[in-house]
Design a protein around this ligand. Structure first.
Ligand SMILES: [Ca+2]
Length: 345
């Protein structure tokens, strides 16, 4: 598997932990976006689920979806009908927003790739086992302190505007992507495309037949699988829409194994809801430091962050960024370390 570029195991685990951060949570809540109309995005997409669509029930009548033979060339014959059907479903759900020709071109790209491993990993993931303590190592804290010094004015302005302390913002930036060093190498489109396709039960079952870790007869497991696939489909819609609106090459946007991208590791919905164009160039670029830091601050502010609140309150808000207590605790500890004077040992 090629989803990680690093070879040593700790690096692998750390990177996974860095990358996973948002995928389960950074899309909850509602706020304003500087790009597009978030209210309309919510209303249109929030109720759309993969569960409402099954292969073989073509709602558009007798017209079997047809994709040029040159398309989907990287997919096996087994996968192609599902991918074709998925494309038709996206066309329908985005018909007011994205031209059909855009989607047809997108699905014809060589880069389209399916991996059932994304769903398998998402169902066997254990966030609590991540080695968060490593983010408190002295080398990282020193680098984060240097980052604060180097970006002092920017951070002060953002802190003043959103009411979120710069140490909290930098702590999140450190945990999510090691201050922008590791943003992930998986095409975001393929991640949500793969998760959406594995929402097809008969297809997914073929890939977990011999997997002892996934008991598909277990109701809890099945509920998680269903929720994850439906969530991924909604994120796929957001991603396609934002790629179209921004004129991005969809395959140039790369992120974590679970679809989080940019310095703050936002999922597409969070981009719509919380992305903030701090430098005023007319676009939200989560791979730029000013926009990324302001977007993190905007996220926390809109979720209710208050700088004069007590520690437990702040922890609860940070858990809205990533629904993990060890994560929130680590962010607070890093922020505390960043406020402390440099120690000599
Ligand atoms: Ca910008």
């Amino acid at each position: 598997m090629t989803f990680i570029r690093r070879s040593n195991f700790i690096g692998f685990i750390l990177l996974i932990s860095l990358l996973f951060g948002v995928s389960s949570c950074k899309g909850q809540g509602y706020g304003n976006s500087t790009l597009g109309n978030s209210t309309s995005a919510n209303n249109t997409l929030a109720n759309t689920t993969l569960a409402s669509y099954t292969l073989g029930s073509n709602t558009s009548g007798n017209n079997t979806p047809r994709v040029d033979e040159l398309c989907l060339r990287n997919l096996s014959e087994e996968i192609k009908p599902y991918a074709q059907k998925l494309m038709e479903k996206i066309k329908e759900d985005l018909k007011e927003k994205v031209p059909e020709s855009y989607l047809e071109t997108l699905f014809c790209r060589d880069e389209v790739s399916f991996s059932p491993q994304v769903m398998i990993r998402s169902l066997t993931w254990r966030e609590a086992k991540l080695p968060y303590h490593q983010f408190l190592e002295k080398e990282r804290i020193l680098r984060a302190k240097e980052f604060i010094l180097k970006n002092k004015e920017l951070l002060q302005e953002i802190e003043k505007t959103f009411g979120v302390e710069k140490e909290i913002l930098v702590a999140i930036f450190l945990v999510e992507t090691d201050l922008g060093r590791k943003t992930g190498n998986h095409p975001v489109f393929n991640t949500f495309f793969s998760l959406s396709l594995t929402g097809e039960e008969d297809l997914f079952k073929k890939f977990i037949e011999n997997n002892a870790e996934i008991d598909f007869n277990n109701e809890t497991v099945r509920n998680r699988w269903r929720k994850r696939a439906d969530w991924a489909y909604r994120e796929l819609l957001y991603f396609v829409e934002m790629s179209f609106k921004n004129g991005w090459d969809p395959f140039s946007i790369r992120g974590s194994i679970f679809g989080a991208f940019g310095y703050p590791q936002f999922v597409p919905k969070s981009y719509f809801l919380y992305g903030y164009d701090w430098d005023g160039d007319g676009r939200v670029d989560l791979f730029s430091i000013p926009d990324a830091l302001a977007s993190i601050a905007n996220y926390l502010k809109r979720e209710g962050y208050k700088r004069d609140a007590n520690r437990n309150y702040k922890k609860r808000i940070i858990m809205k960024y990533n629904i993990s207590e060890p994560y929130a605790e680590t962010v607070l500890k890093i922020a505390e370390a960043l406020r402390a004077p440099l120690s000599s040992n």
